[in-house]
Design a protein around this ligand. Structure first.
Ligand SMILES: Cc1cc2nc3c(=O)[nH]c(=O)nc-3n(C[C@H](O)[C@H](O)[C@H](O)COP(=O)(O)OP(=O)(O)OC[C@H]3O[C@@H](n4cnc5c(N)ncnc54)[C@H](O)[C@@H]3O)c2cc1C
Length: 385
């Protein structure tokens, strides 16, 4: 069985090559682009050209057939160079993986090549104005018609929806079946019955977040993802992956802030010496380095368990509630250790703080993660809902 806790030589070689790509292509542009709401189309295409978007897709479908640990390495290294590109790796690889795994041959043929090339942008629409954590309470419906389905409803808080070409949409196909009545569909975002509206967010501006309305949108049968009523199972299985990958976005971003700060405090002088000689400066760096390393290890352990085919919902939820705190606190202290220059957009730290704060909520709040862990530790009946 695959050892779930160690990298192979291949993984280490991949880390070096993806680090080279991340540093040479993306590391210098983060701050300038983070201020704009222009979608990073060029960066997405470069990820497509490098084969990153298709890491989890089988070779037969045009991908790399790599494992989740390899993807985790790509997410960490790209996020260290550029948090926006780190998200692109995360979002594009998961979308390609979901389409390759669950779409019909017709829908795959239509959408997968563009997604793999980085020419097409995807979004995943689950949250609604009246339901977020309680996603099964969604109101969007898909009603049966000849040769397909008609979608009606509104999704909100959807990353990249205003830039999307294709949207993975979850809708109720059976109102009486609870979570088992939810089905996933691939929807053409350029259909005239689909309208999206952008939000004005404090961080992750280039990605764009917004709401989207489906007003009698026809979706052909061959654009259903998985089987009827399978939508919730698909999303829950992907959550274990996405929540873990978010831990590695946060690891990469926090490590970058610590690396910048280590350089700064050894150069800056106060009271006649390098400020790194004050323990009030060096100890926070030591503490955050410890937390970030622990987050990194927990994230890779979760991915290792996935690769080995073992359950990892508990580990993924641990990463997801704790990771944002680790990264946010590390970047916040890095700002303090830089003094006044960090309270500006001259350095990327303020932008990084705003970007990582998105991950407290996106993909599930800390409370929901702790419910997942508590149910696993104590049993569902002992914890309740
Ligand atoms: C930056 C960002 C990006 C996002 N991207 C996407 C996306 O691409 N696609 C998408 O579909 N959604 C996306 N979301 C939405 C996100 O998944 C939801 O916001 C999240 O699941 C929480 O739902 P809610 O905001 O409706 O909060 P609610 O569910 O209304 O919760 C409000 C508060 O109540 C708490 N709460 C709720 N239920 C319980 C409970 N049982 N026990 C304890 N506490 C509870 C929550 O923890 C929270 O603190 C994104 C959100 C953000 C901020």
């Amino acid at each position: 069985m695959t050892n779930p806790f160690l990298f192979t030589d291949e993984h280490e070689e991949f880390r070096l090559s993806v680090r080279g790509l991340a540093e040479s292509r993306f590391s210098g542009t983060y701050l300038e682009k983070a201020k704009s709401d222009k979608y990073p189309s060029d960066e997405l295409r470069q990820l497509g050209d490098a084969g990153i978007t298709g890491l989890l897709v089988d070779v037969g479908d045009g991908g790399q057939g790599a494992d989740a640990l390899t993807l985790g390495i790509a997410v960490e290294e790209m996020s260290h160079a550029n948090l926006t590109v780190g998200y692109l790796v995360f979002g594009s690889t998961v979308a390609c993986h979901v389409v390759a795994q669950h779409a019909s041959p017709e829908a795959k043929g239509k959408w997968l090549p563009g997604l793999l090339a980085g020419d097409s942008v995807s979004a995943l629409a689950l949250t609604e104005p009246e339901s977020g954590s309680d996603a099964a309470a969604m109101r969007t419906t898909a009603s049966r018609v000849d040769r397909g389905w008609i979608l009606n409803g509104e999704k909100t808080s959807v990353t990249a929806v205003v830039h999307a070409d294709v949207i993975i949409v979850f809708a109720k196909t059976d109102q009486s079946a609870g979570a088992r009545g939810v089905t996933a569909f691939l929807v053409d975002a350029n259909d005239p019955t689909v309208t999206s509206h952008p939000f004005d967010d404090p961080g992750n501006k280039p990605l764009g977040r917004g709401s989207v309305v489906f007003d009698g949108t026809f979706v052909p049968d061959d654009h259903m993802l998985g089987a009827l009523g399978d939508g919730f199972r698909i999303v829950m299985h992907e959550f274990d992956l996405t929540r873990t990958l978010i831990g590695l976005i946060l690891t990469g971003g926090a490590q970058k802030a610590l690396d910048m700060t280590a350089e700064y405090v050894t150069q800056r002088h106060a009271f006649g010496q390098q400020i790194s000689r004050f323990q009030g400066v060096s100890f926070p760096i030591a503490e955050h380095t410890t937390y970030v390393e622990a987050l990194r290890m927990l994230s890779y352990r979760s991915l290792g368990l996935r690769v080995a085919g073992r359950p990892h919902s508990r580990e993924a939820a641990m990463v997801k509630w704790w990771g944002p705190e680790v990264a946010f606190n590390a970047i916040k202290d890095c700002i303090v250790l830089h003094g006044h220059v960090a309270y500006s957009d001259e350095l990327p730290l303020q932008s990084m703080l705003r970007d990582v704060s998105a991950y407290f909520i996106g993909d599930g709040t800390p409370q929901i993660q702790k419910l997942v862990i508590a149910r696993d530790v104590l049993g569902r009946d002992a914890v309740g809902s």
